[in-house]
Design a protein around this ligand. Structure first.
Ligand code: HEC
Length: 479
């Protein structure tokens, strides 16, 4: 066994010697460059940066020299003698396919597009935002917008804004144009604009201003725009409507001049009760921060004198003209209508007031009949008086008092005249008559001498008796 190990060791030594002899035998053979490999074969940077690859692996006999060519061509990509590719800081954005040529003493080999350089555009943050002009001046109610601003940095930008004082009537669009919607309140608005891109969000404070000018008072209107009153009466107009920027203050003058008409803070016009008769035109002046405007003859007041003579009572009328009541129940008329100067006093001028059961309200003219008024018809004469005199109205109202209505009963109203049937029927008894009344009414209303006429062989019942039978039914067949 030991012998074999010795033999193996010798054999290995021989092999080693042979290998060395064969390598020294090939010492002058130069192998051409081949298989250039960058284990990371691309670089991505931003404009203005610089960077280098790692050294590549390359087969062949060193030493090597390297050169690069680029597509697109640039002097900003260089290679050193280790094959390390460097990108210099002045390279412009783009994608560069780098071909590397490796040479040794005998050969050269070109490895096309073996490396890629990506240079991304440098994104500059927004700066130097400016509007020309940097102010928008509008009348109240008008709309408008700024020009697009100038700005530096890398587009695209997105714009935002805030207004001071705050409002939702001002907005900004994608181009940075600031727009004002209608209805923006009077005032000065400082606008701060923010511009944003991938490099950052920059705010430009108070870079623009919007000025909304106040609007002068206009369209002052009173509804109604005239009043007519009697002397001795005070009155106040309605609240006027007006347009223009608030606050508005009011003053007024009148034609003819009087100090009995005045105007309040809210524009209402007040007329004192001491204003003498006549027609007064009112001119109102409305003032705000924009302007002072006078509205001539915007309101007028007419005061009528009141010394017209009183007129006597006339045309007294009750509706309805008849008051009908049932004895035992009280009742009242409606109030009458009457012409002339009020107030009036009323009285009953008739002799017959049913012992005072019929009376009149002296102030309203309403006539009342008491429950104990005897049955009958009372034609009343009414007198009415005022400051101008007195008038009598004959038969102005009729009071009719009817007898109380009493129900028909069998024993009292029916039984006496049904005795005529009693010889042949029991219809003169309550129970039988109640049970057969329909049939009885049928028979007693047949013509005398015709078939089935009752009372058989007798003379017909009178109309009053037949009506009583019918009313007995209507009143509920009382015993
Ligand atoms: C003299 C006898 C006599 C007198 C009085 C008489 N009736 Fe009759 N009544 C008869 C006779 C008989 C009949 C049956 C024959 C007929 O139906 O006509 C009759 C039939 C009737 C019937 C029909 C009965 C049924 O069951 O259908 C009625 C209802 C009637 N009479 C009502 C009266 C009334 C109401 C009176 C009184 C106002 C009266 N009669 C008086 C003899 C009389």
């Amino acid at each position: 066994m030991k012998n074999y190990i010795v033999q193996w060791g010798w054999f290995v030594s021989l092999l080693f010697i042979f290998a060395r002899c064969s390598s020294s035998a090939n010492k002058d053979i130069i192998v051409a460059p081949s298989e250039l490999i960058y284990s990371v074969n691309q670089l991505t940077i931003e404009e203005g940066q610089k960077a280098s690859s790692i050294a590549p692996l390359l087969k062949g006999t060193p030493p090597f020299t390297f050169s690069v060519s680029n597509n697109p061509a640039t002097s900003q990509i260089v290679i050193d003698n280790q094959g390390i590719i460097s990108v210099l800081e002045n390279i412009t954005a783009g994608t560069y396919a780098v071909s590397v040529t490796a040479s040794n003493s005998t050969n050269r080999a070109t490895f096309p597009s073996v490396f890629t350089v990506n240079v991304k555009k440098k994104i500059l943050p927004p700066s130097a935002l400016a509007y020309t002009p940097n102010q928008l001046t509008l009348d109240f109610g008008a709309v408008g917008n700024s020009t697009a601003p100038s700005i530096q940095g890398t587009a695209p930008f997105t714009f935002g804004m805030t207004a001071n004082p705050q409002t939702d009537k001002i907005s900004i669009n994608n181009q940075g144009v600031i727009a004002v919607a209608t209805g923006l309140e009077t005032g000065t608005y400082k606008i701060s604009v923010s511009a944003k891109n991938d490099a950052g969000n920059v705010s430009f404070n108070d870079t623009f201003s919007v000025v909304v000018k106040p609007s002068p008072p206009s369209n002052l209107t009173y509804s109604p725009n005239t009043v007519e009153i009697n002397a001795g009466t005070a009155v106040t107009s309605s609240l006027p409507s007006i347009q223009g920027t608030l606050p508005i203050t009011y003053t007024m003058t009148t034609s003819p001049v009087t100090d009995k008409i005045s105007i309040g803070n809210n524009g209402t016009i007040s007329v004192a009760s001491t204003l003498t008769a006549g027609t007064y035109n009112v001119n109102v002046t409305a003032k705000n921060e924009a302007s002072t405007i006078t509205f001539n003859n915007v309101f007028s007041v007419t005061v009528k004198s009141t010394n017209t003579p009183a007129s006597p009572p006339s045309s007294l009328s009750y509706s309805p003209k008849i008051l009908t009541i049932e004895q035992g129940k009280a009742g009242s008329s409606a109030a009458p209508t009457i012409s002339g100067t009020s107030p009036f006093t009323f009285a009953i001028g008739s002799n017959n007031t049913a012992n005072g059961q019929i009376s009149i309200n002296a102030t309203t003219g309403v006539v009342s009949a008491g429950a104990n008024t005897p049955t009958g018809t009372y034609m009343l004469t009414i007198t009415a008086g005022n400051s101008a005199g007195m008038a009598t109205f004959m038969g102005a109202l009729t009071v009719v008092v009817n007898a109380p209505v009493v129900a028909v009963s069998f024993a009292k109203d029916i039984q006496p005249f049904l005795q005529v049937c009693g010889g042949c029927h029991s219809y003169n008894q309550y129970a039988a008559a109640k049970a057969n009344i329909d049939n009885m009414l049928n028979r007693v209303q047949r013509a005398q001498g015709s078939g089935g006429f009752m009372p058989q062989g007798g003379s017909p019942l009178s109309k009053t008796q037949i009506d009583l039978l019918k009313k007995w039914v209507d009143d509920g067949l009382k015993e």
